[in-house]
Design a protein. Structure first.
Length: 336
């Protein structure tokens, strides 16, 4: 039973790896290069194509392998992404990043709660959707779930909405950047991307499509934002506990430990101990891991998830998305 289970997981991983190889091949074609489509973006497109076509014709036992790629491989890819950065680069953007991240997280959570009440939404669903939009998408929703103690279907709906709008942003931001509509410098665009896109994977995908100068800053800003999940969940736990008699209901806080691994790798890379060839090899391997994660994320984005989101939750996520687009843009211009 043990070997059969792991064999099924391996099938799912190999499937995603195959799609990822195809994404790398397509990214090297002239049409993809002219559109600045990186393997990461092509990977999520292939994954979405699979989710809405072949997915129902393949064994469900392969799903754990796909989920492994979208979760564990993503975290491993983000940790290794630290080899592209140094603390010197973090220091150069650190203060503005903390400022805009704090404003975006606090503003999104407050606005989400108020809009949820105005729309007469379920409190738990509104809080989960707001947390996902404010911090790091599906990871934040899953982190908030044990604190909010929401029903599983509410968590699924919240995850669906943030994945939908995060995926839209991953294509919209590079398009706006290439068209010159935003009028931002590369440094401002990195700040804007990292502070407003939902998922870490979306930030990596969009940043990669706009170039290393933007991608590096965007990931730093995003990871600082991810680090804010822990204090947000602590405060949320305390506030929700007050609504329960005797203070009961305080849940265990989920901390994104991969964010600390990312910082540790940056610290190691800052010491300049590895030769450039070794770092280049690690970065190439990391790009493939991230492509697999993006492909797996696409493979979990079906039309059914769009339908499952519901009108009110979709409207709330859409309004928060408009705030992230507009408010984040103004903050990026103002802070830098």
């Amino acid at each position: 039973m043990f070997s059969e289970k792991h064999g099924n997981i391996l099938h799912g991983i190999l499937l995603i790896a195959l799609f990822s190889c195809a994404a790398f091949y397509l990214a090297d074609t002239q049409p993809a290069r002219s559109l600045s489509f990186s393997p990461l973006i092509l990977g999520i497109l292939l994954g979405m194509l699979y989710a809405n076509s072949l997915r129902n014709h393949l064994p469900e036992t392969w799903v754990p392998g796909i989920l492994f790629c979208s979760k564990q491989l993503l975290r491993a890819g983000i940790v290794l992404y630290g080899f592209r950065l140094t603390f010197q680069s973090v220091a150069a953007i650190g203060a503005p990043a903390i400022g805009i991240d704090a404003a975006v997280v606090a503003g999104t959570l407050l606005l989400g709660v108020l809009l949820g009440r105005a729309l007469k939404m379920d409190r738990d669903l509104a809080l989960l959707t707001s947390t996902g939009s404010a911090i790091c998408g599906a990871a934040a929703v899953l982190g908030a779930e044990p604190v909010v103690k929401a029903a599983p279907h509410k968590t699924a709906v919240a995850v669906s909405t943030v994945v939908i709008f995060g995926t839209v942003s991953m294509f919209l931001y590079p398009a706006l950047w290439r068209a010159g509509i935003l009028g931002l410098t590369p440094e401002q665009m990195g700040l804007y991307t990292g502070a407003t896109l939902h998922e870490v994977a979306h930030v990596v995908g969009a940043g990669n499509a706009m170039g290393a100068e933007i991608a590096d800053g965007a990931v730093i800003v995003k990871m600082i934002r991810v680090m804010m999940l822990a204090p947000v969940l602590l405060v949320m736990s305390l506030l929700l506990a007050r609504r329960t008699k005797g203070g009961a209901g305080r849940a265990k806080v989920t901390i994104p430990w991969f964010a600390f691994g990312f910082l540790a790798v940056i610290g190691f890379n800052s010491l300049d101990l590895l030769p450039e060839a070794a770092v280049a090899g690690i970065n190439s391997f990391d790009t493939f891991l991230l492509t697999m994660a993006m492909t797996a994320l696409g493979a979990e984005t079906s039309i059914e998830k769009f339908k499952r989101a519901g009108a009110k939750s979709f409207l709330l996520a859409g309004l928060l998305y408009l705030w992230l687009l507009g408010g984040g843009y103004l903050l990026s211009r103002w802070i830098l």
